[in-house]
Design a protein. Structure first.
Length: 243
C-alpha cells in the first residue's frame, strides 16, 4: 500500500511539474524558475520518503559540476541543492514518458553517446553555456554504477571548462538505506527498467541521500585526461571514507 500511495502522489506531482514548465514558467524570471525547480525536486524526494542531507556550498557563478552517477534520481538530488544546473544527459532520456519533458524544460543538453561527432557538438554547446555564466552538470561515468565503486570517467566534456577557464565543482552522491551504506533499491543498473526502478524505490523505507560538494578546482591550462582522473580519485577517496 505504501508503494501505491507514493506512486499516486508521484504521478500527480509529475503532472504538476508539467504544468509548471509549460504554463507557470512563462511568467517567471530565471530566479523564479530556479526556485520552482528546487522546490519541485525536493518534493520529489520527499514523496518517495528520501531524506536529503547536504554538506558544502556550491561555488557561485559558472562552473562544470562533475558527479558520480547511481540513480535516475541523481538529477533531482542535485537540483534540490543546485537548481541552476543544466545537465548533460543521454539523448534517450528526452523520450522517457513525462520525465523527458521535465528534463528538457530544465535546460538539459542532450548527447548521443555513441557518436563522436555529437560529443564534439555538445562540448561546444557546453562551452558556450559556461561562457554565458551557466552551471553545467555532467556524469562523467556516462552511465549509472552500483555506488561503492566508480566506473571509468570520460574526459571529453572537461575540455569545455578548460577552454573557458571555468572551475570544476566535484560533487559526491551516496544513496543509503537501513543497514546499507549504499542503497540497493536506489541502484539503476543492468537490465532494470525505469518502471522496475520506480517500484523498487517507492516500496523502500528509510532511504536517504548524502550530497557532498568538494573543493572547486581551477582548470586553466589543465590536461583534460589528467584532470578527469584527479576528480575521479577525489570522489573515489571520499566514497572510501563514507563506506
Amino acid at each position: 500500500m505504501l508503494a501505491v500511495w507514493r506512486l499516486l502522489r508521484l504521478i500527480a506531482h509529475v503532472g504538476g511539474g508539467l504544468w509548471m514548465v509549460h504554463v507557470r514558467f512563462k511568467g517567471l524570471d530565471q530566479a523564479g524558475r530556479h526556485g520552482a525547480i528546487q522546490a519541485w525536486s525536493a518534493k520529489t524526494l520527499a514523496i518517495l520518503g528520501i531524506e536529503l542531507k547536504r554538506s558544502g556550498t556550491p561555488r557561485p557563478g559558472a562552473k562544470l559540476v562533475l558527479a558520480n552517477h547511481v540513480s535516475w534520481l541523481d538529477i533531482a538530488a542535485v537540483h534540490a541543492v543546485m537548481p541552476e544546473a543544466r545537465f548533460v544527459s543521454k539523448a534517450d532520456i528526452k523520450h522517457w514518458p513525462l520525465v523527458g519533458a521535465l528534463v528538457e524544460a530544465a535546460g538539459t543538453l542532450f548527447i548521443e553517446r555513441s557518436s563522436k561527432r555529437d560529443a564534439l557538438r555538445v562540448v561546444h554547446q557546453t562551452a558556450a553555456a559556461l561562457k554565458e555564466g551557466d552551471t553545467v552538470a555532467v556524469f562523467p561515468e556516462g552511465t549509472t554504477g552500483p555506488g561503492p565503486e566508480l566506473l571509468p570517467f570520460h574526459a571529453n566534456l572537461l575540455q569545455a571548462a578548460i577552454a573557458t577557464e571555468v572551475p570544476i565543482q566535484p560533487l559526491l552522491l551516496r544513496w543509503h538505506g537501513p543497514g546499507e551504506r549504499f542503497s540497493t533499491p536506489l541502484r539503476f543498473i543492468g537490465d532494470m527498467t525505469l518502471a522496475q526502478s520506480v517500484w523498487a524505490i517507492a516500496s523502500a523505507r528509510g532511504q536517504g541521500c548524502e550530497l557532498k560538494l568538494l573543493t572547486p578546482l581551477e582548470t586553466a591550462h589543465a590536461d583534460r585526461r589528467a584532470l578527469s582522473e584527479h576528480v575521479r580519485e577525489l570522489l573515489a577517496d571520499e566514497l572510501k571514507v563514507q563506506s
